[in-house]
Design a protein around this ligand. Structure first.
Ligand code: AMP
Ligand code: ZN
Ligand code: ZN
Length: 404
């Protein structure tokens, strides 16, 4: 009798009540532009799209770079609030530097002011895992998902898929409910060859096969029907050219200044506090870029009120690059054909969003979604209380969820 009761309880736990909480895999294809699925190269993604929800595009936050956007997706906050304001930046007060290539900085919780979804979820009893995601490696146990992998740029893609399948094959109590997964290829080849190249088309097709493999493997372990697959990208990509550059050292000859960054967006700091003169001069030279004092950045960028910002911000027009003399020395040699980081409202900077699985509507197409709304969406899926002061809003996105 006792045994029968235990059996009923276990069956209830593993199939009934507990399985109402779905599994979710959030997959980021870095730099996968919103229109890459319209090239007839993505039959596997097309299946997920037609069976689930797809949006016209996914609007990134400014600056449309990798770390600020991945951290916005997973925290629901703008960079001005979550603290990862660029891929590379400096604390002007202490001189400490953050860089995506510096493992110590990337793992230092000091820079991460947001609450990642895995923190919210783990605290409320949902086990999480991350096969790469900016912010997932911080050196504080309670801020990380239960399972995580340290970023390894060259880790074979098939090993990453195997890792996910292994996690989802764990015994029920150990199995993570929410998993992130990341692939860089569309960004890497988009930079190198541009968004309109045959090389990027080849990359798009191979990323699509990867999704095909994932689906086959999920079906093999009988997890496909209970798993949400959310496909996102952090930003898009636009063509740049060798001819379209802004020589910042030439413009500011004679001034004392420091330039942080290059390409689509740079901070300019004055070395002897002549900020107003520098700004006035740049404003008078405004051609193929826009310049703002840090307190006067237009509100639609949601990029102000943060002491980490430089005194002056310059944003290049789409396809233009702001370069110092030092940058220009290598400009010809290492020339890239694509870039991102520009105005996040421009469609070329938009990413993609497709969601498929038990939580989502079927065959539902919607307009542009905002990536800061993904965190509250995930909270809704798992019926969790979100962090209170986020920028994302559940009611701008939760109409894509299946009605209970
Ligand atoms: P970007 O195109 O400059 O905005 O950044 C893209 C690069 O970010 C990729 O090529 C990756 O090498 C790097 N990256 C992405 N995720 C991570 C991570 N979790 N840790 C370290 N680097 C990463
Ligand atoms: Zn990126
Ligand atoms: Zn990139």
């Amino acid at each position: 009798m006792k045994k029968l009761f235990l059996f009923i309880c276990l069956t209830f736990l593993t199939s009934g009540f507990a399985q109402n909480i779905p599994y979710t895999i959030l997959i980021s294809f870095d730099g996968f532009r919103w229109d890459y699925t319209n090239r007839g190269l993505t039959p596997n993604i097309e299946l997920l799209k037609n069976e689930g929800v797809s949006s016209l595009s996914l609007q990134p936050v400014f600056p449309s770079k990798t770390f600020p956007n991945h951290y916005s997706i997973i925290t629901g906050q703008y960079p001005q609030n979550h603290g990862i304001i660029a891929n590379f930046f400096e604390n002007p007060i202490t001189g400490e530097k953050y860089s995506l290539g510096d493992t110590n900085a990337v793992r230092n919780p000091y820079w991460y002011w947001g609450e990642a979804f895995w923190e919210t979820a783990e605290r409320q009893g949902i086990k999480c895992a991350s096969y790469f995601w900016p912010g997932s490696e911080v050196e504080l146990d309670y801020r990380r998902p239960t399972y995580y992998e340290k970023y390894d740029h060259v880790r074979p893609y098939s090993t990453r898929i195997d890792g996910i399948i292994n996690w989802l094959s764990l015994p029920f109590e150990k199995r993570p409910k929410f998993i992130t997964l990341y692939f860089d290829a569309a960004d890497t080849y988009g930079h190198r060859f541009g968004p309109n190249s045959k090389e990027i088309d080849f990359t798009i097709a191979s990323l699509d096969s990867l999704i095909g493999n994932l689906v086959i493997n999920l079906k093999k372990i009988e997890m496909y029907d209970s798993t949400n697959i959310i496909l996102v990208s952090d930003h898009g990509m636009t063509e740049i050219s060798k001819e379209r550059f802004i020589d910042i050292d030439k413009i500011l000859e004679g001034y004392n200044y420091k330039v942080d960054g290059n390409g689509p967006m740079v901070f300019i700091n004055s070395e002897n506090k002549e900020i107003t003169q520098l700004y006035d001069f740049l404003k008078a030279s405004e051609k193929n870029f826009k310049v703002y004092l840090k307190d006067e950045i237009p509100n639609h960028f949601k990029f102000s009120q943060n002491y980490l910002f430089g005194d002056i911000i310059m944003i290049a027009d789409m396809g233009w690059s702001i370069m110092t003399n030092k940058d220009l020395e290598n400009w010809g040699k290492y020339f890239n054909k694509g870039n991102h980081g520009y105005d996040n409202h421009h469609l070329d900077m938009h990413g993609y969003f497709i969601a498929n699985g038990p939580s989502f509507k079927k065959n539902y197409k919607t307009g542009t979604l905002l990536n800061i709304d993904i965190y509250p969406l995930l909270c809704d899926i798992y019926k969790l209380t979100p962090k209170s002061n986020i920028d994302g809003k559940a009611d701008r996105i939760n109409f894509i969820l299946k009605e209970d």
